[in-house]
Design a protein around this ligand. Structure first.
Ligand SMILES: Nc1nc2c(c(=O)[nH]1)N[C@H]1C(S)=C(S)[C@@H](COP(=O)(O)O)O[C@H]1N2
Ligand SMILES: [Mo]
Length: 323
């Protein structure tokens, strides 16, 4: 049985997702506070504040600001919302499942297989993948096909800079990506909700576009597992499902690759999947979106607001078929 992206819940029926999340965080913190109190100690008694943020990791060193022309000045989504309201079906299909269960993913050691139409294929340890690339902060909008959105300050580097190192041949017209497939670490893979592993792909020209990045962090810190540690794709002008998480394989090839959502439900999810408010999903409108943290919906922008940068990639194509 195929589990699809859930239909967005009508505005009037929801408590805003972030309010829901904060409420749950409040309960968690209350539990932690209670445990601390039971342990006693005058010093720890001060830690019962329900607003206490969850433990955060160390800052990634040496992160520069990315090109200002590629950043949005919109306010980033609250860290808690971006790390507790996720789609990562390898850990379950509820929005809170990835945060709850992704702790079983082992991100060290990690290596990435780069193969296909390249002069220098290899199985490359993550350290080696990252070594030559300065890390940049890129503050991007993320628009999920389910009609919610966030603003996330990613830390990463251009995908194209990595691909060039492997010397693509003239036959490299597409790039295919795969997520880890290991049901012991990713218990959601024990259910056939998707044809595992999760796979995505880009045309070569899309992959070489400076907006397309590989992220290793967010909010200045290493990626939490639920956001796709240790390495995930971010393609901000496309629906979020293109931005594949926890990548173990990158294959350059002549043919358009298999991609999980498009191949399993082609009438609902396109290969290109460029954000397009004019093309409704068969089960809901794409005209507006709920920015997590806001109450009212806002209009969705063509190419998620990145048209100035990327529209030329699709010159002459019928944008309605690009959903
Ligand atoms: N491997 C994998 N990658 C994935 C998904 C997934 O289920 N598995 N979900 C996608 C979807 S639908 C979205 S909206 C984004 C969500 O990214 P975030 O949780 O970091 O906001 O991840 C994408 N990448
Ligand atoms: Mo999504």
């Amino acid at each position: 049985m195929l589990i699809r992206h859930p239909e967005p819940i009508p505005e009037r029926e929801v408590t805003d997702a972030s309010i829901f999340l904060r409420r749950r965080q409040f309960l968690q913190n209350a539990a932690v506070g209670a445990a601390v109190l039971t342990a006693g100690g005058p010093f720890l008694a001060g830690c019962t504040d329900a607003q206490e943020p969850p433990a955060r990791g160390p800052k990634l060193p040496g992160v520069k600001a990315g090109p200002p022309a590629l950043a949005t000045d919109e306010t980033p989504t609250a860290y808690h919302d971006a790390t507790a309201y996720n789609n990562f079906y390898e850990f379950g299909t509820d929005k809170g499942d990835p945060a709850r269960y992704a702790g079983s993913l082992r991100t060290e050691p990690w290596s990435v297989t780069v193969e296909g139409e390249v002069a220098k294929p290899g199985v490359v340890p993550l350290e080696e993948i990252l070594r030559p690339h300065p890390l940049e902060e890129r503050i991007y909008r993320l628009r999920c096909v389910e009609a919610w959105s966030m603003v996330i300050p990613w830390v990463g580097f251009p995908l194209g800079d990595l691909l060039k190192r492997f010397e693509p041949t003239s036959n490299a017209r597409y790039v295919a990506f795969e997520t880890l497939h290991d049901p012991e670490q990713m218990p959601g893979q024990k259910r056939r909700v998707l044809d595992w592993p999760y796979r995505e792909g880009l045309r070569m020209d899309e992959a070489m576009h400076p907006l397309a990045i590989l992220a290793v962090g967010m909010y200045g810190e290493a990626l939490p597992n639920q956001n796709g540690a240790p390495l995930r794709l971010v393609v901000p002008w496309k629906y979020g499902f293109k931005s594949i998480k926890s990548i173990v394989k990158i294959r350059l090839q002549r043919e358009q690759p298999y991609t999980s959502w498009n191949d399993q439900a082609p009438r609902e999810y396109g290969f290109h999947a460029n954000v397009n408010p004019e093309v409704d999903h068969p089960r809901w409108s794409q005209k507006r979106e709920r920015r997590i943290g806001d109450y009212r919906k806002r209009p969705t922008l063509p190419f998620n607001g990145y048209g100035e940068q990327v529209a030329s990639l699709y010159a002459g194509m019928d944008l309605r078929v690009l959903f």
